[in-house]
Design a protein around this ligand. Structure first.
Ligand SMILES: [Zn+2]
Ligand SMILES: [Zn+2]
Length: 309
C-alpha cells in the first residue's frame, strides 16, 4: 500500500527547466530525459537558452520512458523596469559596506537580464525561431567584440576552436576566459573575469537583449505560457511584483537557488494573483551535482501552466 502511494506521488513530479549540449549543458537531450525518468519525473521540459534545437530529441526519448514532454525554451531578455530597484539595492549595499569598512561593491552598468521560460510553442515556429536567432547573433557579435577589445589590450586570442559555438550562437564569456587561461594570459577563469571580462571591466561589452515585454507579447501571440525563471537569483528586491505587473503567466517558485522561505513566498504570490508557480532543476552538468527532481507536483502549479501539464 505504501509503495503504491509513493509511486502515485512520484508520478506527478514535474521538472520544467533543464539544459543540454544545445546550450550550456553537458549532456545530450536524450540523456537529460533519461535522468528525469529515472528520478520519477512525470512531466519534463528541456529549456535550452534561446534555442529549441534539442526539443525533438528530448521529446522522443521522454516518450519512450513514459515522461510527458512539454516544449520549452529559456529566453534572455532585458527588463528596464528593474533598473531603478537595482540602483537602490546597490546604494544600500554601498552604505552597508562603508559602515562595515568593506570595499564598495561595483556599480551595476549593464541591462537587467531576466530569463523567461516559454512553454507550449512548437519548435520551428517561424517568428519565435527568428526572435531566438537574433539573440544568438547578439551573443556571437558580443564575443567577437570582446575578443577585439582583448586584442587592443595586447591579449590576442584565436577563436578557431570556438567556430562551432560561434556558428550556433551558444558562446559566451566563460569560453573566452578558458581560451585566455590556455594562452597563458591569466591564471584562472576567475582571474579572467575579475581583470577583463566582468561587468564594467576593460574587455566587457553589454548584452544587447530584446525587451521582456516584446518577448512576452510574442509568446502570448503564439499561444504559449511565459514563466519567469529563478526570480530570486540576481534580481533586485521586489522584482517579482514588477514582473507580475508586466503580464507574465507565473514565476518559477522552486529553483535550487531559492531558499525554502522564498519558495513559499513566491508560491503564495502566484496563488493570490491566480498565476502559475513552476519548478525546475535548472540541471546543466552531472559534475556540478547529480540530477535531482524538484519536490513539486502538477497540483502545486496552478494557473495556465497547469493546464498544459
Ligand atoms: Zn536562467
Ligand atoms: Zn536555465
Amino acid at each position: 500500500m505504501i509503495t503504491l502511494q509513493r509511486h502515485r506521488l512520484a508520478r506527478v513530479l514535474i521538472d520544467l527547466h533543464s539544459h543540454s549540449t544545445h546550450s550550456d549543458g553537458t549532456l545530450p537531450p536524450c540523456e537529460v530525459a533519461r535522468r528525469m525518468a529515472r528520478a520519477g519525473v512525470a512531466v519534463g521540459a528541456l529549456t535550452d537558452h534561446d534555442t529549441m534545437a534539442g526539443v525533438a530529441e528530448f521529446r522522443r526519448e521522454a516518450s519512450l520512458h513514459g515522461v510527458k514532454a512539454l516544449s520549452g525554451v529559456e529566453l534572455s531578455c532585458a527588463f528596464p523596469a528593474l533598473e531603478g530597484p537595482r540602483q537602490r539595492d546597490w546604494e544600500q549595499r554601498q552604505e552597508e559596506a562603508a559602515r562595515q569598512g568593506r570595499p564598495a561593491p561595483l556599480e551595476p552598468v549593464g541591462p537587467v537580464e531576466v530569463h523567461l521560460l516559454a512553454y507550449g510553442i512548437d519548435p520551428g515556429e517561424a517568428e519565435l525561431e527568428s526572435f531566438m536567432a537574433g539573440i544568438r547573433a547578439m551573443r556571437r557579435e558580443r564575443v567577437a567584440g570582446m575578443a577585439r577589445r582583448l586584442r587592443e589590450l595586447s591579449l590576442p586570442l584565436s577563436l578557431d576552436s570556438l567556430s562551432q559555438r560561434m556558428e550556433s550562437g551558444t558562446v559566451g564569456r566563460p569560453h573566452l576566459a578558458r581560451l585566455m587561461v590556455a594562452a597563458g594570459q591569466v591564471e584562472s577563469v576567475n582571474a579572467a573575469f575579475l581583470l577583463y571580462l566582468a561587468e564594467g571591466r576593460a574587455a566587457w561589452l553589454p548584452k544587447a537583449l530584446p525587451d521582456l515585454k516584446q518577448a512576452l507579447e510574442l509568446v502570448h501571440r503564439l499561444g504559449g505560457v511565459a514563466i519567469v525563471a529563478h526570480p530570486g537569483k540576481g534580481l533586485p528586491l521586489g522584482a517579482a511584483l514588477h514582473l507580475l505587473d508586466a503580464g507574465v503567466d507565473g514565476l518559477e517558485a522552486r529553483h535550487p537557488s531559492h531558499r525554502a522561505a522564498l519558495v513559499d513566498d513566491l508560491q503564495g504570490l502566484c496563488r493570490r494573483n491566480r498565476l502559475s508557480a513552476s519548478a525546475g532543476s535548472d540541471f546543466h552538468d552531472p559534475l556540478q551535482g547529480r540530477y535531482t527532481a524538484p519536490a513539486w507536483t502538477r497540483e502545486d502549479v496552478g494557473g495556465r501552466l497547469q493546464e498544459l501539464l
